[in-house]
Ligand binder design. Structure first.
Ligand code: HEM
Length: 151
């Protein structure tokens, strides 16, 4: 114990500076946004492909396509792309409506929600997103059911 206390002041300045640098560097991972999931989804381009696949499927999905009547597909894709990017830790800002407001008039059921999730899973399968990565995105989306399902 005594030896450790004594060792402190004897550390040369360069060594102490190096230790501080190391401490800052090792801590930085928790300071910076963690973009692991964003990168695992393929970054901007990967997410754009996933969202294209999701919305293309949803608009053709007999279970839910009526919900998208009159909704501009390109704008919806852009909005969800930004949302997924931000949610996964990417460098985007989602500037759309809240989930509660944007789905309030749609009278969505649990079955509608599950249908969309299946379309998303199919879109991620098509992009060969590993299951562990798929599950991480789905886990971030799952709590939104409280705001989206109103019926
Ligand atoms: C986790 C599930 C869901 C997520 C993350 C999600 C995400 C979004 C986002 C980001 C928007 C755009 C809001 C804006 O730009 O202001 C949106 C709008 C919309 N969503 Fe969802 N959504 C989900 C579930 C669903 C389901 C289950 C349906 C229908 C089956 C649906 C149908 C729509 C429609 C029709 C719009 C356009 C509303 C409008 O422009 O009036 N969504 N959604």
């Amino acid at each position: 114990m005594t030896r450790i206390v004594r060792a402190g002041p004897s550390l040369g300045l360069p060594l102490r500076a190096a230790l501080v640098t190391l401490a800052l560097w090792s801590g930085s991972a928790s300071w910076a946004a963690d973009d692991t999931l964003f990168r695992a989804l393929g970054g901007d381009a990967g997410i754009a492909r996933i969202v294209d696949g999701l919305i293309d499927r949803a608009y053709l999905d007999d279970r839910i396509k009526a919900k998208f009547d009159g909704v501009k597909q390109a704008a919806l894709k852009e909005s969800i792309r930004k949302q997924f990017c931000q949610l996964s830790g990417g460098p985007c800002v989602y500037d759309g409506e809240t989930m509660r407001n944007s789905h309030a008039q749609l009278a969505l059921t649990k079955a509608d929600f599950n249908a969309l999730v299946e379309d998303l899973q199919a879109a991620m399968d098509e992009q060969q997103v590993p299951f562990t990565v798929q599950n991480k995105l789905l886990a971030l989306l799952a709590p939104m059911h409280r705001d989206i399902i109103t019926k």
